[in-house]
Design a protein around this ligand. Sequence first.
Ligand SMILES: Cc1cc2nc3c(=O)[nH]c(=O)nc-3n(C[C@H](O)[C@H](O)[C@H](O)COP(=O)(O)OP(=O)(O)OC[C@H]3O[C@@H](n4cnc5c(N)ncnc54)[C@H](O)[C@@H]3O)c2cc1C
Length: 494
Amino acid sequence: MDRRKFCRSAVAASVAAAIPLMPGCSRRAPVATEADTSIRGISLDGAEIELEKAALKELGESMTGPVLLSGHADYDGARKVWNGMHDKRPALIARCMNSEDVSNAVTFARERGMLTAVRGGGHSWPGKSVCDDGIMIDLSQMHTVSADPDTKRAFARGGALLGALDAASLEHGLITTAGVVSHTGVGGFTLGGGMGRLNRKYGLAIDNLRSAEIITADGQIRRASANENTDLFWGIRGGGGNFGVVTEFEFELHPFERNLLSGGLVWPIAQAKDVLEFYGEWYQGLSDEMYVGPAMVTLPDGTSVVVMEVVYDGDPAAGEKELGPLRKIGTMLDDGVKMQDYNVMQTQEDAAFGHGVRSYIKNGMVSEITQGLVDMMIESFTADPRLALFTHTLGGAAKRVGENDTAFPHRNAETMLGVGGGWMDPADDESGIALSREWYYKLEPFMGGYYDNIDFDGTAAVGNYGPAYERLSKIKGQYDPGNLFRLNSNVEPA
Ligand SMILES: Cc1cc2nc3c(=O)[nH]c(=O)nc-3n(C[C@H](O)[C@H](O)[C@H](O)COP(=O)(O)OP(=O)(O)OC[C@H]3O[C@@H](n4cnc5c(N)ncnc54)[C@H](O)[C@@H]3O)c2cc1C
């Protein structure tokens, strides 16, 4: 198993960022017009359906972007998603360029009751954005982001990546909460909640979402906000892609000093007990400005370590003071916390989490870091440290939002605890999955509910949505009664 993967740490800062981009869209004529005969597809309930040449031609002619069939030069690039474990072949890929293209593709799929995948950034761990024999609605070409410094708003199209959201905002000295790997899609990330290094100060991505344009199952282009389609707006803030295809996200931005105190603190694994026990008490008094969370990883040279990732969005002197007690614990191998550009942190793990890695991951939400949890984390990791055990710190502004204010139900959690890893060789799948599960089941008694975005098995929708499920189900019944959008952590229509 490749130990270099999933080393979330300051050590990863030295890894050069190499972001594999989607192959560009060729300007050849839509392949739909090249289909000589009808092709085979699959319905929502798994039955074989025939897609006639005339219908494919009509879809191709209705769209600005191409419809890609197997054999087209762009087909294989377009069907690839981040996790190398998923190698699926849609019957057709509707490569959308605008909202009308999305509406036409949705209508085509709904009229035929066709299995439908929606691809934003393609980072779904369980590979929900691609399917065999269905239609893939591909947003990868709708990837631009613009930011308005006067209104402090960013507008990200449905297939934009987080790096583009950060870049457009930072250009104006502004920011909003984005995740930790810049080639992740804004779409799935935001619809599931959206945790990032600034979530203690500004809340989750959904807490900064001010409106969205969404194509619902009936093909209509709608706007959802605090004033329009308010139920829909509530549902898309945590309810995933259940309600339609979001073609534009509007985020609130905040004034931001991009040069900030950040980096990693590293201890030998032998000091894990001291470090984690201290952290379990100390994190409860953290300021909103401070993001700091532990991980246990094995470095490329085989050394197992505890790492604390730090980002302090405030006065550096105050940040240094707040970090003081943590720095006094044990003897560190490395103290890489210094003044540096926020973008260094936001891209330092891009290469370690590169496209094509085979990856399995599970998580649970933690409301208290107890002695029992610390002991179990250390026992699990040290017995077989091939994979990583990591946290994402919540609390602060993310916790102050009411449990029912959005569809994201984990407001009381202080931390998300994740287990898993990545490898390149398919022969490692079985042992990698088995070890992740072994760790997870040992830690499960200390966790409650899970974050669907960072979970390979995200099928138990009720466990993910908790008390939000019933309302989500009603909204689903209103906007997607036929459950067209089912390749997600699915909510059944009421
Ligand atoms: C390397 C890596 C790092 C990550 N880091 C973080 C992190 O820091 N914080 C965090 O919270 N999560 C993180 N995640 C999890 C991430 O939020 C989810 O994987 C998310 O689903 C990715 O969104 P995507 O658009 O790239 O995925 P996709 O695979 O394209 O889509 C995921 C799901 O969302 C739906 N979807 C995507 N876009 C749209 C849209 N525009 N409209 C409607 N439905 C849509 C898809 O149909 C699918 O069901 C990370 C994932 C990876 C692989």
